[in-house]
Design a binder for this molecule. Structure first.
Ligand code: SF4
Length: 468
């Protein structure tokens, strides 16, 4: 699972397969339902009661051991099989852990229910020199007929809100000779569309070598796409090769036009680098620039929003031949990042409107993510298991913003008999409050790549930027 809002869809899928949605209702003859990916590795707790097993970390490392144990334990009862699976590092069996709450509904611990089960589970990291690539190429996928090749995993930049960086550290790159070239050759025997993937692909130490290798006559008709690039790594060679291979635009996440805000979030990007990247895009023959920004970041003020608008207008003025698209999202706190303790800011809604007012009339195409759904993302990203009955309520036609709010309100006002006798925390506390760094978090028993003390240090460094 790579997106929080897919939670209710998972339940629809289980129901369609006639599999009980609650793990505690499954018997020996039901399948073992397992999952993984960024959502479940960061905070699996809201979805934990629907899974028998959660794989924390990289599939390359986890799946072979998981399959082996599934085969070995075939003759055991379901309960014994699940206990046997907890021997494998990175395998989390939620039903063997019990959350404990104080009388006033605060989570105080999540403890194993069986002495043979470890008290915490650590995310597993693949350190091999090859990464993943598509194994099925079909017109019926979200990106039709594209062969996707993962160039890098994680990102060394450590922007303080960024799950793609913090949850997947350390930064790894696929070897050019043993990983990327064979993977590309294989895919290009089946399609003419190639996608280079990663949180920050151009930070691959040999990215330019890869581009030059792709720039040979036999690949002339290959259409190339790259995911977001880091502005400081863009070169004129790079934009030329991308344009020759059908790439129309360059995507750069600037987060904010305000220098101060970029320091707070640790985005090491200067205005000059953004302007130079735009210049290379134009000179290389690309026709558009896609920029991404965020509103509602900790400490952000309206003046920071105005700085973002100013930067975009200035960029457009200097590069009038480029089309500008600006995508805005609302800051959503993510587990295992230094901003996990910061709530979603209600001001974000108005700030999206302000940007829209400042930019749309000046010809900048602005695409904003729904503020309402960012609120629901925060709910899923910060809640504990007490949210599960709400998720069960909102599946199917109830999966609307109104449906979520109604289901939460109903569960808040009456204790839910299925999961716990403890009421849900107030909506405001989960969505908007800044939490103390001493708070027991729903994912405290799950170890990410960065130790909590280090996350606290990075959190404090951000606030030193705000209050020097
Ligand atoms: S540069 Fe992008 S991918 Fe890297 S940490 Fe920052 S936001 Fe995340």
């Amino acid at each position: 699972m790579s997106w929080e809002l897919d939670g209710p869809v998972l339940l629809d899928l289980l129901e369609k397969q006639r599999i009980p949605i609650w793990s505690d209702r499954r018997g020996d003859h039901d399948p073992i339902v397992f999952g993984g990916g960024p959502v479940l590795t960061s905070n699996p707790e809201p979805l934990a009661p629907f899974f028998d097993v959660i794989l924390l970390g990289d599939g390359e490392k986890l799946i072979p051991n998981f399959i082996e144990e599934i085969l070995i334990s075939r003759q055991l009862s379901r309960a014994d099989r699940l206990i046997a699976l907890t021997k494998i590092p990175g395998i989390y069996v939620p039903s063997l852990y019990e959350p404990q709450y104080s009388n006033d509904g605060k989570l105080i611990a999540v403890r194993p229910t069986n002495s043979n089960v470890p008290t915490s589970v650590a995310k597993q990291t693949w350190l091999g020199n090859t990464l993943s690539h598509s194994t099925v190429i079909t017109p019926d996928s979200a990106w039709p007929n594209i062969h996707m090749v993962e160039v890098v995993r994680s990102c060394p930049e450590l922007c303080r809100f960024c799950l793609a960086s913090y949850l997947t550290l350390p930064f790894r790159s696929s070897s050019l000779e043993d990983g990327l070239i064979p993977a590309v050759e294989k895919g290009l025997s089946a399609t003419k569309r190639l996608g280079l993937l990663g949180a920050s692909v151009t930070q691959h130490p040999q990215f330019n070598d890869l581009l030059h290798w792709l720039d040979q006559d036999r690949f002339d008709d290959i259409r190339l796409s790259v995911s977001s690039v880091r502005a400081s790594t863009v070169s004129s060679d790079m934009t030329k090769i991308l344009a020759q291979h059908g790439c129309k635009s360059l995507t750069i996440a600037i987060e904010s036009g305000s220098e101060r805000m970029r320091r707070v979030v640790n985005k090491k990007l200067s205005e000059e680098e953004i302007f130079t990247a735009a210049q290379y895009a134009r000179e290389g023959g690309l026709t558009a620039l896609k920029l991404y920004g965020m509103v509602g970041l900790p400490s952000e003020d309206e003046v920071d929003i105005e700085a973002t608008a100013e930067l975009l207008l200035h960029l457009k003025e200097k590069n009038s031949r480029l089309r500008f698209n600006f995508g805005i999202s609302t800051f959503v706190p993510k587990a295992h990042t230094p901003f996990q303790w910061n709530g979603l800011r209600p001001e974000a809604k108005k700030r999206i409107q302000l940007l829209s007012k400042l930019l749309r009339p000046k010809g900048i195409n602005l695409r904003a993510e729904s503020f309402g759904w960012s609120v629901i993302q925060t709910l899923l990203s910060r809640s504990d298991r007490r949210l599960a009955p709400v998720i069960a309520q909102v599946r199917g036609s109830h999966n609307t913003l109104g449906g979520w709010k109604q289901a939460y309100k109903a569960a808040f006002t009456q204790n839910d008999r299925l999961i716990s006798e403890t009421r849900l925390p107030p909506w405001e506390e989960i969505i908007h409050e800044n939490w103390s760094t001493t708070r027991v978090l729903p994912w405290t028993h799950l170890e990410g790549p960065v130790k909590p003390e280090k996350l606290i240090q990075h959190h404090q460094e951000a606030f030193e930027e705000i209050f020097p």
